[in-house]
Design a binder for this molecule. Structure first.
Ligand code: AKG
Length: 434
């Protein structure tokens, strides 16, 4: 904290991990003697750069670009850039730190990184986004590569942005490699990558529910967000017989007690992905309740899937959820629940799946995309989905291995943190003081 006093999100992420590792470290002092944690919280490298671009009216804008290369002990840095006005070093360091443990949990050989810019793609034309992406990649291309660092998507970086970034990388380097993941399927992308984070979160929640003899059939599910993760989490819940009753964006939430069915979800996908519209339009079209400037956590539900952004579910909302009968929370986004909210879930012993475990499906399929690119072939939907499902099951098993506290309670926060940490820590020790 003394070194970087103004990085609250980073401190929050580190604090949660340190707290849940404490007993394990005392039992395994070799990690303390080698100061592994102190090394892990210090990024291996942070690159910050100027991103100048010109808008459609000819006006010049200057944004700030970053790449945080956090840890390469078990593989090249991997993690998606975020384009959002709130982006700063604290947010990116928290995301990169989480990414290190998350990528370790996937069991694939990927180190952790993150990056992005304070550029806001909202209300920009395709040409403006393209010019920004080309400028961003012109600098970033010096620092990344298929064996060094492989960016992907995050908030504000979807298929369109990955396309522009990849095009510019290819042009600058004159090579067609799998350096970026989340590519279109016609040009090296993997089937199921768009679905992977949302599907994975639901698979993880399902695994947790099975430990209590439960499943999604007939369950009421509150989902926040309406982007890629929320859309595919909703799709999978519908497939498993559950009923999603909420979605949201930064302006407000919709509450549809009769459930969002396949046809309505198609409307959301078109609204968000093609027209880049606001979720309020769903309320207008289907005459459901719109909760302006509110998050969806006040509704009655069995399962909550926060799929929007960090710190979007606080202690009051956590209490409200539990009061309304919710007994499963799986984080589709990164750190959506505040520390106090997480603490409440653990004390109340509900099934709580932290993001680094529950949303690891996205980066896992990115890892599978890299494998396919290296082999120069493409797997079928079924093949990728089966692999994703088995990776999520394996992550769940590892969480149980390290986090089971009694016959009927697993602390998945502790389990995920220890399981993710051990592999990275052992690799760092094996590689000497680096
Ligand atoms: C995340 O897990 O938050 C990511 O950024 C995933 C990015 C990737 O697919 O590499």
């Amino acid at each position: 904290r003394a070194k970087d006093p103004r990085q609250p999100e980073f401190h929050q992420a580190v604090h949660e991990v340190v707290e849940s590792l404490a007993d394990y470290l005392l039992d395994n002092p070799r990690y303390i003697h080698t100061q592994i944690l102190e090394r892990m919280v210090e990024p291996e490298r942070i690159i910050q750069f100027r991103v100048p671009w010109i808008d459609d009216r000819g006006k010049i804008h200057i944004n700030r670009g970053y790449r945080v290369e956090m840890n390469s002990a078990i593989g090249p840095y991997k993690g998606g850039p975020r384009f959002h006005p709130t982006v700063n070093q604290s947010i990116l360091k928290f995301l990169a730190f989480e990414q290190v443990l998350k990528n370790s949990l996937t069991s694939l050989p990927m180190g952790g990184g993150k990056g992005g810019s304070d550029f806001d793609p909202k209300n920009k034309s395709d040409n403006e986004v393209m010019r920004f992406c080309q400028s961003f990649m012109t600098e970033l291309s010096r620092h990344i590569g298929p064996y060094t660092d492989m960016p992907a998507g995050d908030i504000g970086v979807g298929g369109r942005e990955i396309g522009f970034l990849f095009g510019q990388y290819k042009r600058l380097r004159n090579e067609f490699t799998g350096v970026l993941t989340g590519k279109g399927v016609e040009w090296g992308g993997s089937l199921i990558r768009p679905e992977a984070t949302g599907y994975g979160a639901v698979y993880f929640a399902e695994e947790m529910m099975q430990t209590r003899g439960e499943n999604f059939n007939g369950k009421i599910v509150a989902v926040s967000g309406s982007g890629n993760v929320a859309q595919y989490a909703t799709e999978k819940v519908i497939e498993l017989g559950g009923k999603v009753v909420t979605l949201s964006d930064s302006n407000g939430s919709i509450y549809a007690p009769e459930g969002i069915d396949r046809e309505k979800l198609d409307f959301v996908m078109e609204l968000k992905n093609v027209h880049r519209g606001r979720i309020k339009e769903y309320a207008d079209k289907y005459a459901v309740k719109y909760m302006e400037k509110q998050r969806p956590w006040s509704v009655k539900c069995d399962v909550a899937l926060p799929c929007a952004t960090e710190n979007e579910l606080n202690i009051e909302e956590a209490k409200m959820l539990l009061k309304n009968g919710c007994f499963v929370v799986a984080e589709g986004a990164n750190m959506p629940c505040t520390e106090e909210a997480v603490h409440h879930f653990l004390v109340q012993r509900i099934l709580f799946g932290p993001g680094k475990a529950a949303n690891a499906g996205g980066v896992a399929v990115s890892g599978l995309e890299m494998t396919q690119n290296s082999m120069r072939l493409a797997w079928s939907r079924e093949e990728v989905d089966t692999k994703l499902h088995s990776i999520m099951r394996n992550i769940h098993e590892m969480c149980v291995k390290y986090g089971k506290e009694s016959a009927d309670f697993t602390n998945y926060v502790k389990g995920a943190n220890i399981a993710g940490f051990v592999k990275v820590a052992n690799s760092m020790m094996a590689q000497g003081l680096v």
